[in-house]
Design a protein around this ligand. Structure first.
Ligand code: GLA
Length: 477
């Protein structure tokens, strides 16, 4: 079954069904997923099939109803259990088309040399959170312009990262091409570079990306060379279709292969691993040449999603260091699903976590208040601290949490978070964050109010708004 996308590519799904007496067997390939039929009922005039696949530790399944009409398969499915039926018609494809490729042999493990990049967490912008499939050449150029005119570039944001849906078909020689939305990647990279910015791109170690586009599978060195020739400076490499071929335990050699290929390309390319934090990626991310690795599933522009991800990162602090970062996913600041207070919480927490700061909003059209949140230099300085130590939770009582990041030389960033729906008083003793000096020698600065505070007693207390934060920089000598 095919449906044409307006970027000139065709989304193909394959139903490879066989009827033998009372059973229908076979496989279903849809976007990045490859299912095997596990149950069936009915006959070719009216059948129901259930198909499943293994995805790491869990199982995925789909259900279809259908019938054979001449040489066409008429099918219907629900994208979610509560969604209306989606109907489609599949036509006979040449035998062998759409079969899952054979699993490639995996390289033996070795340590990929450090590329020397991302000594502080990468800063930039990524297309996915706001634009999804609507990203194109014009958007990327305008975002590059806006990076400069809004002051984001001056605040440290450098990478303009194109996420999924840029991919076209491979040419006769197997070279990946961009689709109609991106007429000339090299020219686009030249434009972005002319603004003093860098360009990032996206692919998957699987045959298909998460949105069902062409992946890098079996073309690792070739794609790395193509990206380098285009002038690409950053690659997000997303597990997606690789889940059909490999177990989670096989991720390390799969990611190593691309780490090697990027180094061999000769161009400095930041390597961002995206496999949703499976298989303790933080333990082997640096071994495969990774500069950052996602630690969770996808963020949504909602308070529950952001807090669930952000406040669950405490145990991972150990694994962050210059060149190697935990990535709790891209920023949602400015996308409209949270309040400005909540976005300040998001930005503060990500900075305490030494997380990559990849804006995910339409920075061409952001309000001055959103711009001020994203470009607060004193908050960014916390994120970009050269020592690269990730902050940790030092105290939690009910819905209030205090997180501290050691910035070296007696300086600490302290975040007082209030996750409840009501304003709350949050307090701590200076000694609790390791400060024993005389109060007179302390310098305290509120990084959102942008004012200096005095320490008058052995503890500090502030009223923190509902869903809000007070972020301090404390210097003790
Ligand atoms: C996955 C990733 C997202 C985004 C999409 C694109 O879901 O986790 O960040 O890249 O794929 O299809």
């Amino acid at each position: 079954m095919q449906s044409a996308r307006d970027d000139g590519t065709v989304q193909k799904s394959y139903f490879n069904l066989k009827q033998d007496s009372a059973r229908i067997t076979g496989t279903i390939r849809v976007t990045q997923f490859f299912y095997t039929i596990s149950e069936s009922s009915g006959d070719s005039n009216n059948f129901r099939i259930a198909a499943t696949m293994k995805d790491g530790k869990s199982d995925r399944s789909v259900l279809y109803e259908g019938r054979l009409v001449g040489d066409e398969l008429h099918l219907a499915t629900r994208r979610r259990p509560d969604a209306p039926l989606t109907e489609m018609v599949a036509h006979r494809a040449p035998a062998g088309e759409g079969v899952m490729p054979a699993k490639l042999a995996l390289p033996t493990l070795h340590k990929v040399r450090d590329n020397g990049l991302a000594r502080t967490p990468p800063m930039g912008w990524n297309s996915w959170n706001n634009f999804k499939g609507r990203v194109n050449d014009a958007v990327v150029r305008e975002i590059a312009d806006a990076m400069v005119s809004s002051g984001m570039k001056d605040a440290g944001y450098v990478y303009i990262n194109i996420d999924d849906t840029w991919e076209g078909e491979r040419d006769r020689n197997g070279n990946i091409q961009s689709n109609k939305k991106f007429p000339d990647m090299k020219d686009l990279a030249d434009y972005v570079h002319s603004k003093g910015l860098k360009l990032g791109i996206y692919s998957s170690p699987g045959p298909n990306t998460c949105a069902g586009y062409e992946g890098t599978y079996g073309h690792e060195e070739q794609d790395a060379k193509t990206f380098a020739a285009w002038g690409i400076d950053y690659l997000k490499y997303d597990w997606c279709g690789a889940r059909n071929l490999y177990t989670d335990e096989e991720m390390q050699p799969v990611y190593q292969k691309m780490g090697d290929a990027l180094l061999a390309s000769g161009r400095p390319i930041v390597y961002s691993l995206c496999q949703y934090g499976r298989n303790d990626v933080w333990k082997w991310g640096p071994e495969v040449g990774g500069n950052l690795w996602r630690t969770t599933g996808d963020i949504r522009d909602a308070w529950d999603s952001m807090t669930k991800i952000g406040f669950s990162q405490n145990e991972l602090a150990l694994w962050a260091s210059p060149g190697h970062w935990n990535d709790p996913d891209m920023l949602e600041v400015g996308n409209g699903g949270m309040t400005e207070t909540e976005y300040k919480t998001h930005m503060s927490l990500w900075s305490l976590l030494a997380a990559p700061l990849l804006a995910g909003n339409d920075i061409r059209n952001m309000t001055p208040r959103i711009r001020d949140i994203l470009t607060n230099r004193e908050v960014i300085a916390v994120d970009q601290d050269k020592a690269g130590k990730q902050g940790k939770r030092i105290k939690k009582s009910g819905d209030q949490e205090i997180w501290v990041r050691d910035l070296g030389a007696g300086v600490r960033a302290v975040g007082l978070f209030n996750l409840s729906d009501k304003d709350a008083q949050v307090s701590f003793d200076w000694a609790e964050i390791g400060i024993k000096d005389s109060l007179k020698q302390m310098k305290i600065r509120d990084l959102w109010q942008l004012n200096d505070l005095a320490a008058s007693q052995a503890n500090y207390s502030a009223t923190v708004p509902a869903h809000g934060v007070v972020l301090l920089r404390v210097q003790s000598r």
